[in-house]
Design a protein around this ligand. Structure first.
Ligand code: RIB
Ligand code: CA
Length: 320
């Protein structure tokens, strides 16, 4: 049974890998892709999403630009990590496909159908704006799976803050406080385990054809950043795990909790997970804490390169 989804994202290198996984997943009916400013300004993110759709010959899927600025904060992008163009400065040719501009309205119109979910891979600005505009319709969404936040894992924008939630903490707080939609947080506690290693990148290079070349090209900049910034050899691909988890819940374990968000000060962007039940409030989210990274990587590679499962198994033998 296909599930209807909107992918809300800020492409972004790992967002693009997540789109590739989603486009190769028969369980998903992608109703549309909404773009939010994050890694890059939304207009650039939309161009990047179109490049992925053109590569996959899926120009039938519509792209909608949403919010260009966070609710309160100034926009801070991650072009140091994803490149000025958001795709590792590969500057692939733009796709000559129409871009739509009413991302928030598209989310609300889709939500009204009652059987649509959101896989959110960027800051939650579009979701918060939709919630603010028409709470009743927004709460008809089936579920939200959001890549963002951190429970016990250290942040990537400060000691405590993960980028998506740090860029627009007010939107996260609004969604945590007001949304009635089932919410799963795919945070750094699990996504940090998902490393695309040099071995796997070289495998993709050898077996991947044009798709493989695209992945190798766009991850080069991202691998260099990871080595310089944190001495990680390879690159953490956060967003594809949110797509994979939406499809296969057995990939991860976690627990429900009351979640809150720090919106200013030194801890701005910190996700407060009330694991000790100090606030004695209703649980508003599921926090993921464990992941079977090898099972994820097999799913990711099998779906992108279904004719090369034997080669993939050979290399995955040494993964993790
Ligand atoms: O912190 C990682 C997240 O921030 C990922 O979604 C990445 O694409 C950026 O949006
Ligand atoms: Ca993202």
């Amino acid at each position: 049974m296909k599930r209807k989804v909107i992918i809300d994202c800020d492409p972004g290198i790992d967002d693009s890998l997540a789109l590739l996984l989603a486009l190769n997943s028969p369980e998903l009916e992608i109703m549309g892709i909404t773009i939010v400013s994050g890694n890059v300004p939304a207009k650039q993110g939309a161009k990047n999403a179109l490049k992925v759709l053109k590569l996959m010959k899926r120009e039938d899927i519509k792209v909608y630009i949403g919010e260009s600025l966070p609710l309160v904060r100034e926009l801070v992008t991650a072009q140091d990590t994803h490149g000025e163009d958001g795709l590792g400065e590969t500057n692939y040719e733009e796709a000559d496909i129409e871009i739509n501009y009413n991302g928030v309205d598209f989310i609300l119109d889709s939500a009204k159908e009652g059987d649509v979910s959101i896989i959110a891979l960027g800051p939650l600005t579009n979701l918060a704006k939709a919630l603010e505009k028409d709470e009743a319709s927004f709460n008809k969404l089936q579920e939200i799976v959001s890549m963002g936040g951190a429970f016990k894992s250290h942040g990537n924008c400060s000691q405590v803050a993960e980028f998506n939630y740090w860029v627009d903490p007010h939107s996260v707080k609004n969604v945590f406080d007001k949304s009635k939609v089932p919410f799963s947080m795919v945070g750094l506690d699990v996504t940090r385990e998902i490393v695309l290693t040099p071995n796997l990148i070289e495998l993709i290079n050898q077996i991947g054809g044009n798709l493989g070349k695209f992945i190798v090209d766009i991850t080069r900049f991202y691998v260099d950043f990871h080595w310089k910034q944190e001495r990680t050899l390879g690159c953490v691909i956060n967003d594809p795990l949110a797509v994979a988890y939406f499809i296969d819940r057995s990939l991860c374990e976690g627990f429900t909790s009351y979640l809150d968000m720090v919106v200013d000060g030194i801890a701005m962007g910190q996700t407060l997970v009330d694991v000790g039940e100090f606030y004695r409030k209703e649980h508003n989210g599921l926090v993921l804490t464990k992941v079977n990274s090898k099972k994820f990587m097999e799913m990711f590679l099998y779906r992108l390169f279904p004719d090369n499962k034997k080669d993939i198994d050979l290399v995955l033998k040494y993964y993790n």
